[in-house]
Design a protein around this ligand. Structure first.
Ligand code: COA
Ligand code: MG
Length: 292
Protein backbone atom coordinates (compact mmCIF):
# COMPACT_ATOMS: atom_id res chain seq x y z
CA UNK A 1 0.00 0.00 0.00
CA UNK A 2 1.49 3.32 -1.06
CA UNK A 3 -1.33 5.88 -0.87
CA UNK A 4 -4.25 5.98 1.58
CA UNK A 5 -6.86 8.65 0.78
CA UNK A 6 -9.04 10.13 3.52
CA UNK A 7 -12.68 10.49 2.50
CA UNK A 8 -15.35 11.96 4.81
CA UNK A 9 -17.96 9.22 5.39
CA UNK A 10 -21.00 11.51 5.06
CA UNK A 11 -19.96 12.81 1.62
CA UNK A 12 -21.38 10.49 -1.07
CA UNK A 13 -19.78 12.41 -3.91
CA UNK A 14 -16.28 12.11 -2.46
CA UNK A 15 -16.80 8.44 -1.57
CA UNK A 16 -17.64 7.69 -5.21
CA UNK A 17 -14.73 9.78 -6.45
CA UNK A 18 -12.32 8.07 -4.05
CA UNK A 19 -12.94 4.67 -5.64
CA UNK A 20 -11.62 5.74 -9.01
CA UNK A 21 -8.72 8.03 -8.23
CA UNK A 22 -5.97 5.41 -8.08
CA UNK A 23 -5.52 5.33 -4.29
CA UNK A 24 -4.26 1.99 -2.98
CA UNK A 25 -6.65 2.27 -0.02
CA UNK A 26 -9.35 4.60 1.28
CA UNK A 27 -9.66 5.76 4.86
CA UNK A 28 -13.36 6.44 5.36
CA UNK A 29 -13.48 9.04 8.09
CA UNK A 30 -16.05 9.03 10.88
CA UNK A 31 -13.88 11.29 13.05
CA UNK A 32 -12.63 14.85 12.47
CA UNK A 33 -13.97 15.34 8.93
CA UNK A 34 -17.55 14.53 10.03
CA UNK A 35 -19.53 17.17 11.95
CA UNK A 36 -21.27 15.98 15.15
CA UNK A 37 -24.70 16.32 13.58
CA UNK A 38 -23.75 13.89 10.79
CA UNK A 39 -22.04 11.20 12.89
CA UNK A 40 -24.98 8.76 13.04
CA UNK A 41 -25.85 9.09 9.36
CA UNK A 42 -22.16 8.78 8.43
CA UNK A 43 -21.91 5.40 10.24
CA UNK A 44 -24.75 3.93 8.20
CA UNK A 45 -23.42 5.31 4.93
CA UNK A 46 -19.95 4.03 5.74
CA UNK A 47 -21.22 0.49 6.43
CA UNK A 48 -23.20 0.44 3.17
CA UNK A 49 -20.24 1.71 1.18
CA UNK A 50 -17.87 -0.84 2.70
CA UNK A 51 -20.25 -3.73 2.00
CA UNK A 52 -20.66 -2.63 -1.60
CA UNK A 53 -17.00 -1.96 -2.44
CA UNK A 54 -14.80 -3.96 -0.04
CA UNK A 55 -13.71 -6.36 -2.77
CA UNK A 56 -12.31 -3.54 -4.91
CA UNK A 57 -9.69 -2.03 -2.66
CA UNK A 58 -8.79 -1.97 1.03
CA UNK A 59 -11.34 0.16 2.89
CA UNK A 60 -10.23 1.34 6.31
CA UNK A 61 -12.67 3.06 8.67
CA UNK A 62 -11.32 5.82 10.89
CA UNK A 63 -13.49 5.60 13.99
CA UNK A 64 -13.83 8.15 16.76
CA UNK A 65 -11.31 8.00 19.62
CA UNK A 66 -11.70 5.80 22.69
CA UNK A 67 -12.49 8.73 25.00
CA UNK A 68 -15.32 10.19 22.89
CA UNK A 69 -18.06 7.75 23.83
CA UNK A 70 -18.66 7.20 20.09
CA UNK A 71 -16.24 4.37 19.39
CA UNK A 72 -18.43 1.41 20.36
CA UNK A 73 -21.33 2.68 18.24
CA UNK A 74 -18.93 3.18 15.32
CA UNK A 75 -17.58 -0.35 15.62
CA UNK A 76 -21.03 -1.86 16.17
CA UNK A 77 -22.16 -0.28 12.89
CA UNK A 78 -19.20 -1.18 10.69
CA UNK A 79 -17.76 -4.54 11.78
CA UNK A 80 -20.44 -6.55 10.01
CA UNK A 81 -19.52 -4.82 6.73
CA UNK A 82 -16.00 -6.26 7.13
CA UNK A 83 -13.72 -3.35 6.28
CA UNK A 84 -10.05 -4.12 5.72
CA UNK A 85 -9.30 -2.45 9.03
CA UNK A 86 -10.00 0.20 11.62
CA UNK A 87 -7.90 3.35 11.97
CA UNK A 88 -7.76 4.31 15.65
CA UNK A 89 -7.09 8.02 16.18
CA UNK A 90 -5.63 9.50 19.39
CA UNK A 91 -4.18 6.13 20.29
CA UNK A 92 -2.14 6.48 23.48
CA UNK A 93 -0.30 3.13 23.55
CA UNK A 94 -0.30 -0.50 22.45
CA UNK A 95 -2.77 -1.12 25.30
CA UNK A 96 -5.41 0.90 23.42
CA UNK A 97 -4.88 -1.40 20.44
CA UNK A 98 -5.32 -4.44 22.70
CA UNK A 99 -8.58 -2.97 24.07
CA UNK A 100 -9.96 -2.31 20.60
CA UNK A 101 -8.86 -5.84 19.65
CA UNK A 102 -11.17 -7.20 22.37
CA UNK A 103 -14.08 -5.02 21.18
CA UNK A 104 -13.54 -6.25 17.63
CA UNK A 105 -13.38 -9.87 18.77
CA UNK A 106 -16.77 -9.52 20.51
CA UNK A 107 -18.39 -7.85 17.48
CA UNK A 108 -16.87 -10.34 15.05
CA UNK A 109 -18.44 -13.12 17.16
CA UNK A 110 -21.80 -11.31 17.14
CA UNK A 111 -21.72 -10.81 13.39
CA UNK A 112 -20.33 -14.19 12.32
CA UNK A 113 -17.14 -12.59 11.00
CA UNK A 114 -14.06 -14.83 11.41
CA UNK A 115 -12.13 -13.73 14.49
CA UNK A 116 -9.17 -11.50 13.71
CA UNK A 117 -10.46 -10.39 10.29
CA UNK A 118 -10.33 -6.64 10.97
CA UNK A 119 -6.89 -5.08 11.25
CA UNK A 120 -6.00 -2.07 13.43
CA UNK A 121 -4.03 0.94 12.16
CA UNK A 122 -3.47 3.38 15.05
CA UNK A 123 -2.43 7.03 14.76
CA UNK A 124 0.23 7.10 17.42
CA UNK A 125 1.37 10.74 17.83
CA UNK A 126 -1.77 12.69 18.63
CA UNK A 127 -0.80 13.56 22.20
CA UNK A 128 2.53 14.33 23.83
CA UNK A 129 2.09 11.46 26.31
CA UNK A 130 1.64 8.96 23.46
CA UNK A 131 5.19 9.62 22.22
CA UNK A 132 6.61 8.05 25.37
CA UNK A 133 4.71 4.79 24.75
CA UNK A 134 6.06 4.03 21.30
CA UNK A 135 7.78 0.78 22.31
CA UNK A 136 4.48 -0.65 23.63
CA UNK A 137 3.22 -1.42 20.11
CA UNK A 138 5.56 -4.40 19.86
CA UNK A 139 3.17 -6.14 22.31
CA UNK A 140 -0.06 -4.87 20.74
CA UNK A 141 -0.99 -8.19 19.15
CA UNK A 142 -1.53 -9.59 15.66
CA UNK A 143 -4.22 -7.13 14.54
CA UNK A 144 -1.67 -4.30 14.49
CA UNK A 145 -1.20 -3.75 10.76
CA UNK A 146 0.58 -0.40 10.39
CA UNK A 147 1.27 2.72 12.44
CA UNK A 148 0.63 6.26 11.27
CA UNK A 149 1.69 9.62 12.60
CA UNK A 150 0.12 13.07 12.33
CA UNK A 151 1.21 16.52 13.43
CA UNK A 152 -2.04 18.45 13.68
CA UNK A 153 -3.56 16.99 16.84
CA UNK A 154 -0.16 16.93 18.53
CA UNK A 155 0.16 20.66 17.88
CA UNK A 156 -3.26 21.16 19.47
CA UNK A 157 -2.19 19.08 22.50
CA UNK A 158 1.05 21.00 22.94
CA UNK A 159 -0.79 24.28 22.40
CA UNK A 160 1.14 25.52 19.40
CA UNK A 161 -0.39 26.96 16.27
CA UNK A 162 2.44 26.28 13.83
CA UNK A 163 4.21 22.93 13.44
CA UNK A 164 6.26 23.88 10.38
CA UNK A 165 9.04 26.39 9.74
CA UNK A 166 8.80 29.11 7.11
CA UNK A 167 10.46 26.77 4.57
CA UNK A 168 7.73 24.14 5.14
CA UNK A 169 9.81 21.68 7.15
CA UNK A 170 8.43 20.38 10.43
CA UNK A 171 9.80 21.89 13.64
CA UNK A 172 11.76 19.70 16.04
CA UNK A 173 8.91 18.27 18.17
CA UNK A 174 7.10 17.02 15.04
CA UNK A 175 10.28 15.65 13.50
CA UNK A 176 10.67 13.69 16.73
CA UNK A 177 7.10 12.36 16.54
CA UNK A 178 7.71 11.31 12.93
CA UNK A 179 10.96 9.53 13.79
CA UNK A 180 9.49 7.78 16.83
CA UNK A 181 6.64 6.45 14.69
CA UNK A 182 9.05 5.09 12.11
CA UNK A 183 11.20 3.42 14.76
CA UNK A 184 8.24 2.22 16.83
CA UNK A 185 6.68 0.63 13.76
CA UNK A 186 9.98 -0.97 12.84
CA UNK A 187 10.23 -2.37 16.37
CA UNK A 188 6.68 -3.72 16.10
CA UNK A 189 7.51 -5.13 12.63
CA UNK A 190 4.72 -3.26 10.85
CA UNK A 191 4.83 -0.59 8.11
CA UNK A 192 4.93 3.11 9.02
CA UNK A 193 2.55 5.52 7.26
CA UNK A 194 3.59 9.14 6.82
CA UNK A 195 1.28 11.99 7.82
CA UNK A 196 -0.95 13.92 5.42
CA UNK A 197 0.38 16.97 3.61
CA UNK A 198 -2.44 19.40 4.26
CA UNK A 199 -1.49 21.97 1.61
CA UNK A 200 -3.13 20.06 -1.22
CA UNK A 201 -2.55 22.83 -3.77
CA UNK A 202 1.25 22.48 -3.42
CA UNK A 203 2.38 19.49 -5.53
CA UNK A 204 6.08 20.38 -5.23
CA UNK A 205 5.94 20.38 -1.43
CA UNK A 206 4.09 17.04 -1.47
CA UNK A 207 6.67 15.56 -3.81
CA UNK A 208 9.55 16.64 -1.59
CA UNK A 209 7.89 15.36 1.58
CA UNK A 210 7.03 12.03 -0.09
CA UNK A 211 10.63 11.62 -1.26
CA UNK A 212 11.86 12.24 2.30
CA UNK A 213 9.42 9.63 3.60
CA UNK A 214 10.60 7.00 1.10
CA UNK A 215 14.24 7.73 1.87
CA UNK A 216 13.67 7.36 5.61
CA UNK A 217 11.80 4.05 5.36
CA UNK A 218 8.10 4.91 5.46
CA UNK A 219 6.01 2.46 3.41
CA UNK A 220 3.11 4.76 2.52
CA UNK A 221 1.68 8.24 2.90
CA UNK A 222 -1.85 9.36 3.63
CA UNK A 223 -3.62 11.86 1.32
CA UNK A 224 -6.54 14.24 1.76
CA UNK A 225 -7.24 15.06 -1.89
CA UNK A 226 -7.33 12.93 -5.08
CA UNK A 227 -4.69 15.16 -6.67
CA UNK A 228 -2.20 13.91 -4.08
CA UNK A 229 -2.59 10.23 -4.96
CA UNK A 230 -0.57 10.19 -8.20
CA UNK A 231 2.52 11.89 -6.76
CA UNK A 232 2.44 9.66 -3.66
CA UNK A 233 2.11 6.47 -5.70
CA UNK A 234 4.98 7.60 -7.93
CA UNK A 235 7.22 8.35 -4.96
CA UNK A 236 6.55 5.02 -3.23
CA UNK A 237 6.95 2.90 -6.37
CA UNK A 238 10.57 1.75 -6.65
CA UNK A 239 12.16 3.15 -9.82
CA UNK A 240 13.45 0.80 -12.56
CA UNK A 241 16.97 1.69 -11.39
CA UNK A 242 16.10 0.70 -7.79
CA UNK A 243 14.64 -2.61 -9.00
CA UNK A 244 17.68 -3.30 -11.19
CA UNK A 245 20.03 -2.61 -8.24
CA UNK A 246 18.00 -4.83 -5.90
CA UNK A 247 17.89 -7.65 -8.43
CA UNK A 248 21.67 -7.53 -8.84
CA UNK A 249 22.21 -7.48 -5.07
CA UNK A 250 20.00 -10.55 -4.55
CA UNK A 251 21.72 -12.32 -7.46
CA UNK A 252 25.17 -11.54 -6.02
CA UNK A 253 24.26 -12.98 -2.61
CA UNK A 254 22.65 -16.06 -4.21
CA UNK A 255 25.79 -16.66 -6.28
CA UNK A 256 28.03 -16.67 -3.21
CA UNK A 257 25.91 -17.98 -0.31
CA UNK A 258 29.03 -18.73 1.72
CA UNK A 259 29.94 -15.03 1.89
CA UNK A 260 28.46 -12.64 4.48
CA UNK A 261 29.93 -9.57 2.82
CA UNK A 262 30.77 -9.05 -0.84
CA UNK A 263 31.68 -6.30 -3.29
CA UNK A 264 29.44 -4.95 -6.05
CA UNK A 265 30.41 -1.97 -8.22
CA UNK A 266 33.31 -1.31 -5.86
CA UNK A 267 31.07 -1.05 -2.76
CA UNK A 268 30.81 -3.39 0.21
CA UNK A 269 27.46 -5.17 0.67
CA UNK A 270 26.38 -7.21 3.70
CA UNK A 271 23.19 -8.41 5.38
CA UNK A 272 21.45 -5.00 5.71
CA UNK A 273 21.87 -4.38 1.98
CA UNK A 274 20.43 -7.81 1.24
CA UNK A 275 17.38 -7.00 3.39
CA UNK A 276 16.96 -3.58 1.75
CA UNK A 277 17.10 -5.19 -1.68
CA UNK A 278 14.44 -7.73 -0.66
CA UNK A 279 12.22 -4.88 0.56
CA UNK A 280 12.60 -2.98 -2.70
CA UNK A 281 11.55 -6.04 -4.70
CA UNK A 282 8.63 -6.75 -2.36
CA UNK A 283 7.41 -3.15 -2.74
CA UNK A 284 7.76 -3.33 -6.51
CA UNK A 285 5.81 -6.60 -6.66
CA UNK A 286 2.82 -5.83 -4.42
CA UNK A 287 1.69 -2.22 -4.27
CA UNK A 288 -1.72 -3.35 -2.99
CA UNK A 289 -2.38 -6.12 -0.46
CA UNK A 290 -4.28 -9.33 -0.97
CA UNK A 291 -7.91 -8.73 -0.01
CA UNK A 292 -8.81 -12.38 0.56
N1 COA B 1 -11.82 12.12 -1.53
C1 COA B 1 -12.53 12.01 -2.68
N2 COA B 1 -12.83 13.04 -3.49
C2 COA B 1 -12.38 14.26 -3.10
C3 COA B 1 -11.64 14.45 -1.94
C4 COA B 1 -11.36 13.33 -1.13
N3 COA B 1 -10.65 13.42 0.00
N4 COA B 1 -11.31 15.74 -1.84
C5 COA B 1 -11.83 16.35 -2.92
N5 COA B 1 -12.48 15.47 -3.68
C6 COA B 1 -13.18 15.71 -4.94
C7 COA B 1 -14.18 16.83 -4.82
O1 COA B 1 -15.43 16.34 -4.38
C8 COA B 1 -14.23 17.34 -6.24
O2 COA B 1 -14.99 16.46 -7.00
P1 COA B 1 -16.03 17.02 -8.11
O3 COA B 1 -15.20 17.80 -9.07
O4 COA B 1 -16.62 15.77 -8.69
O5 COA B 1 -17.00 17.85 -7.33
C9 COA B 1 -12.80 17.19 -6.71
O6 COA B 1 -12.24 16.16 -5.90
C10 COA B 1 -11.98 18.44 -6.59
O7 COA B 1 -12.04 18.89 -5.25
P2 COA B 1 -11.64 20.37 -4.85
O8 COA B 1 -12.70 21.32 -5.30
O9 COA B 1 -10.26 20.62 -5.32
O10 COA B 1 -11.60 20.31 -3.28
P3 COA B 1 -12.81 20.53 -2.27
O11 COA B 1 -12.85 21.99 -1.94
O12 COA B 1 -14.05 19.88 -2.77
O13 COA B 1 -12.33 19.72 -0.99
C11 COA B 1 -11.24 19.31 1.05
C12 COA B 1 -11.21 20.12 -0.25
C13 COA B 1 -9.94 19.55 1.83
C14 COA B 1 -12.43 19.74 1.91
C15 COA B 1 -11.37 17.83 0.68
O14 COA B 1 -10.25 17.50 -0.09
C16 COA B 1 -11.54 16.85 1.82
O15 COA B 1 -12.62 16.72 2.38
N6 COA B 1 -10.48 16.09 2.16
C17 COA B 1 -10.53 15.08 3.16
C18 COA B 1 -10.56 15.71 4.53
C19 COA B 1 -10.42 14.68 5.59
O16 COA B 1 -10.92 13.57 5.49
N7 COA B 1 -9.73 15.06 6.68
C20 COA B 1 -9.49 14.16 7.77
C21 COA B 1 -8.14 13.55 7.71
S1 COA B 1 -6.81 14.67 7.90
MG1 MG C 1 -7.20 14.62 13.81
Amino acid sequence: MRSLLFVPAHDARKLAKGLDCGADALIIDLEDAVPEAHKAQARGRCAEFVSAHRARLPLIVRVNALDTGLLLDDLAAVVRAQPFGIMLPKCTSGRDVALVDSYLAALEARDGVPRGTLRILPIVTESAAALFEMSSYAQAGPRLHAMMWGGEDLAADVGTVANRRADGRYTAPYELARSLTLLGATGAQVPAIDAVYTNFRDPEGLKAESADAVRDGFSAKAAIHPDQVGPINAAFTPSPADVAWATRVIAAFSATPEKGALVLDGKMLDRPHHRSAQRVLARAATPTPDLS
